[in-house]
Design a protein around this ligand. Structure first.
Ligand code: UDX
Length: 436
């Protein structure tokens, strides 16, 4: 199948590359000439494990191409995927669909036969209907279908997630769209991935419901962590204790500094807007958002208390800045309010992130950066682990303690135990690990 993928962001680039790897012929299109030039030269616009090699292999086999010219990409395509960004609209939190509709407007004039247009971007319920109406209005040929095929991949594990999904969700209103999508994903049901067909509207809303539910699990466990601290219980054991119940499940129960990233914050807000427009209250999701915002804002105070109640003149070393490991993405990262809060309290901050520095610098203002964890520890009153990069999981705590001025390790990801930190001469403060 020949496929055009509009948008070479996280979702578009990974999906396009993986579909090419399944044997389809994919042309990825982006308006950003620099991005396309970079991709043609083998430079990735994002840091994602395994992506560069997979792009290279598929370009070499002639199955993956990059262009800024939508017309040539669409010319012989049986399906056109729209995978452009849908960020939060400034001011009101609605999903900003301007990139989606700009792509559809341009596409409308190029379609000369009944192809399938597929939204892969996360779009509010009803967007597929609006796209279908717009295509019709602009004179697209009869028989053009619009389907919804939301993507559930996670940054940092994007290729594995795309190739081994828990499910593939297709919202379509006609048989041809279902057939075309079934053909595109055929290599995946050979891996036994369930292919779910539903209506276009249901598919669109399901993506938001999935992200909102996962965000709810995180806010839930974070509040349990606070309670554990207050009553002398351990949230790690608690999470295991509830997670082994199949009805609950063990995943997404890691307490931490609050969720960030490109999806949960914007998608929960957009869901609330959809509900508001529909006149339906969503008390759970709105509380989840509030709990998470408060949590991220509270992290600097946690460090302040850990160093004795006053940040003025303190040197705080921060390990990890990106919103999660294995990505350079800083969008809505908990490190942003944390670092700003530390600086506002009078601390000087030195940070190290294995790949996120370039993205972090414009967001964090005047702080120092180091090239490794040891240099972060030099002269620090406290070390704060903010992102659980693998290389922070086996630090030589004794050596770090020896370099520090103070002794405090604030482990916002619970990757160490109190006993091992204390054995290395550090004081330890995790998340939700209360002591009696
Ligand atoms: C998420 C969804 O997982 C994915 O299905 C969707 O397509 C896009 O949004 P992503 O944002 O890449 O993916 O990362 P994810 O691993 O889900 O983590 C999101 C945030 O939640 C991170 O800030 C992470 O640190 C936090 N998190 C996750 C927790 O604090 N605790 C957990 O138990 C899990």
């Amino acid at each position: 199948m020949r496929i055009a993928m509009i948008g070479t962001g996280y979702v578009g680039l990974v999906s396009g590359t993986c579909l090419a790897d399944f044997g389809h012929h994919v042309t990825c299109v982006d308006k950003d000439q620099c991005k396309i030039d970079g991709l043609l030269a083998g430079r990735m616009p994002i840091w994602e494990p395994g992506l560069e090699a997979l792009v290279k292999a598929n370009v070499e086999r002639g199955r993956l191409a990059f262009t800024t010219d939508l017309a040539s990409a669409v010319a012989d395509a049986g399906a056109v995927f729209i995978a452009v960004g849908t960020p939060s609209r400034r001011g009101d939190g609605h999903a900003d669909l301007s990139y989606v509709f700009a792509a559809v407007e341009e596409l409308a004039g190029l379609i000369d036969r009944p192809i399938v247009v597929v939204t892969k971007s996360t779009v509010p319920v009803g967007t597929g209907d609006r796209i279908a109406a717009l295509l019709e209005e602009q004179g697209a040929p009869v028989g053009v279908s619009v389907a919804s095929n939301p993507e559930f991949l996670r940054e940092g594990a994007a290729i594995a997630d795309f190739k081994h999904p828990d499910r593939i969700l297709v919202g379509a209103e006609d048989e041809r769209a279902r057939e075309v999508l079934a053909e595109i994903y055929r290599p995946l049901f050979l891996n036994r991935a369930p292919l779910l067909f539903t209506s276009r509207r249901t598919a669109e809303l399901t993506k938001y419901a999935a992200n909102a539910f996962l965000a709810t699990k995180i806010s839930f466990i974070n509040e349990m962590a606070d309670l554990c601290e207050a009553v002398g219980a351990d949230v790690q054991d608690l999470a295991r204790g509830i997670g082994l119940d199949n009805r609950i499940g063990p995943k997404f129960l890691h307490a931490g500094p609050g969720y960030g990233g490109s999806c949960f914050p914007k998608d929960t807000l957009a869901l609330l807007k959809t509900a508001e427009d529909a006149g339906i209250r969503q008390r759970i999701v709105s509380t989840v958002v509030e709990v998470n915002d408060d949590r991220k804002d509270a992290m600097a105070g946690r460090v302040r208390e850990a160093v004795g109640g006053d940040l003025a003149g303190k040197r705080i070393g921060v390990l990890g800045l990106t919103f999660k490991p294995n990505t350079d993405d800083m969008r809505d990262a908990p490190s942003i309010p944390l670092v700003k809060g530390l600086v506002a309290g009078g601390a000087s901050v030195i940070a190290f992130d294995p790949v996120g520095r370039e993205q972090a610098e414009p967001l964090l203002g005047e702080i120092d950066y180091a090239d490794n964890a040891e240099a972060v520890a030099d002269g620090a009153d406290a070390l704060v682990i903010v992102t659980e990069w693998d290389e922070f999981r086996a630090l030589n705590l004794k050596e770090l303690a020896g370099r520090m001025r103070g002794r405090m390790l604030v482990d916002l990801r619970n990757i160490y135990d109190r006993a091992e930190a204390e054995a290395a001469g550090l004081e330890y403060q995790g998340v939700g690990r209360g002591q009696v």
